[in-house]
Design a protein around this ligand. Structure first.
Ligand code: NBP
Length: 479
């Protein structure tokens, strides 16, 4: 046994993660892949790396020092189960199996329970940052037992990205907590990307600026409170010119956004938890809408507003859009952290939202200055019920709300879809409202389904006898 860590699955993510591990002082990495060719290629391409090439699960297990620790990086779903089944046969109690793939967290909960019965530890770890991050330092969100964290923690800390001097990894919580948090990370990423896309669209159609000119706007924004990886790469994408046509690349890319499903998982989970993640939902739906060309063709003749959309003062409009973007972003993150809070309560995880915001500061797609403010907010008040209500964010919303409204009004009048901007503003107005028309909804529910209601002026549960004499009676609480 010569290796202290192993990697199973050597496609882009696995091979880069194995190279990252092998580059760290003291590590020797056992590598295994279903088809032999990938292992051979990796060994041939990096003769200098501290790899131990293995070609069977038996050889893989024999090459690992105890407790054996292996990270699986294969296609999520069936392939992950197949690899776990093989590892369980050759590993022993106390060993650790880590799934670094993009598993759906209920699968991780199921796998952790099943593997634990063999005495082997199972850790579902969300890994963010794509190929580049896997190689140079990802943000890592491990779940699993406290026992496995003792062995795994130092290894993961050695390969994670570093932000403000801290490695971007923390023991998120037990069993599926890591994959849950990774899922919400991806959902927030969807919202952030959609908000930026709406900002670009409004500026382009309102001011007539070219993509290259708008790239400069984003580059400028990246110096302020919006500073983030996504704003930075937006400027890069907008600057890019297509070699073939000489047009801006953004004008020749087909306008149908793809998705691998993590946004949908975030929204589905939020629906079952009863958490309004409207920014993430609208971002996910916007991708779906874009990807139905037949429906878009069928709707092409729908009329829009009569007047051309132009803004009188381009600079003022751009500043309004910047403020709308920042305010909507605050709402999207606040909603995402709300989902983590609700998930932790539902699945009995102890998740430190402040620690989560700190490990997202480096390595992952949503890395941003802004996450320091989130970390500050949770440091100040760990049980903060609504992230957006922390003073820094509440102040920013108060400062930005007038601009945000002007932008949503302009978009509506111009017929420019801005679902994430406008739904975030609707959430803001909903959450701050002193009274909501939910009272009428309760009345309707009581009318047709005797679902009962509570009153503002006394304790108890009530029902109006709608089909009788319409007097009110005290009733059993049926929700
Ligand atoms: P893929 O998701 O494309 O999976 C390819 C790997 O899975 C290969 O090593 C393949 O072996 C192996 N595999 C398959 Br397919 N079926 C198998 C089976 N039944 N038994 C054993 N191995 C099997 O690789 P990836 O893009 O590197 O992603 C790896 C994981 O990381 C995924 O869960 C992904 O969602 C996640 N992830 C990816 C990114 C990213 O940016 N790509 C980012 C974050 C997380 P073979 O060589 O023999 O076919």
């Amino acid at each position: 046994a010569v290796a202290n860590i192993g990697v199973v699955g050597l496609a882009v993510m696995g091979s880069n993660l194995a190279r990252n591990l092998a580059s760290r002082e003291g590590n020797k990495v056992a590598i295994l892949n279903r088809s032999r060719s990938k292992t051979d290629e990796l060994l041939a391409a990096h003769p200098e790396a501290e790899f131990v090439g293995t070609f069977s699960y038996e050889e893989f297990a024999a090459s690992l020092a105890k407790p054996r620790t292996a990270i699986i990086m294969v296609k999520a779903g069936g392939p992950t189960d197949a690899v776990i089944d093989e590892l369980v046969k050759v590993f022993e109690p106390g060993d650790i199996i880590v799934d670094g793939g993009n598993a759906y967290f209920p699968d991780t909960i199921r796998r952790e329970k099943a593997v634990r019965e063999t005495g082997i530890n199972f850790v579902g770890a969300g890994i963010s940052g794509g190929e580049e991050g896997a190689l140079t330092g990802p943000s890592i969100m491990p779940g699993g037992s406290d026992e496995s964290w003792i062995t795994l923690g130092p290894i993961l800390k050695s390969i994670a990205a570093v932000a403000e001097g801290e490695p971007c990894v923390t023991h998120v919580g037990h069993d599926g907590a890591g994959h849950f948090v990774k899922m919400v990370h991806n959902g927030i990423e969807y919202a952030d990307m959609q908000l930026i896309a709406e900002a670009y669209d409004l500026i382009r159609r309102g001011t007539g600026k070219t993509p290259a000119e708008i790239a400069e706007v984003f580059a400028e924004w990246n110096k302020g409170e919006l500073e983030s990886y996504l704003i930075e790469i937006t400027a890069e994408v907008l600057r890019q010119v297509d070699a073939e046509t000489g047009k801006p690349l953004v004008d020749v890319i087909l306008d149908q956004a793809g998705a691998k499903g993590t946004g949908a998982w975030t929204v589905q989970t939020a629906l079952s938890l009863g958490v309004p993640v409207s920014g993430i939902a609208e971002a996910t739906f916007a991708r779906s809408l874009s990807s139905h060309p037949e429906q878009r063709a069928a709707a092409r003749s729908f009329p829009g507003p009569d007047e051309e959309f132009t803004v009188a003062d381009a600079d003022a409009f751009i500043e309004d859009v910047r403020q709308a973007l920042f305010a909507s972003k605050i709402i999207a993150y606040s909603q995402g952290f709300d989902e983590i809070r609700a998930g932790a309560a539902e699945y009995n995880w102890t998740i430190d939202n402040g620690a989560v915001s700190r490990i997202w500061r480096g390595g992952c797609i949503i890395r941003a200055q802004f996450l320091n403010r989130i970390a500050d907010a949770y440091a100040e008040q760990p049980e903060l019920p609504l992230l957006a209500s922390a003073p820094y964010f509440a102040d920013a919303l108060a400062r930005g709300q007038a601009a945000w409204r002007r932008v949503v009004i302009a978009a509506t009048q111009a017929g420019i879809p801005s679902p994430a901007f406008s739904s975030s503003l609707a959430y803001y107005d909903g959450i701050r409202a002193e009274r909501l028309p939910a009272a009428l909804v309760q009345g309707q529910r009581d009318f047709f389904g005797a679902h009962t209601y509570k009153r503002i002026d006394k304790e108890g549960t009530f029902h109006t006898q709608w089909s009788g004499d319409r007097t009110e009676i005290e009733a059993e609480d049926t929700h």
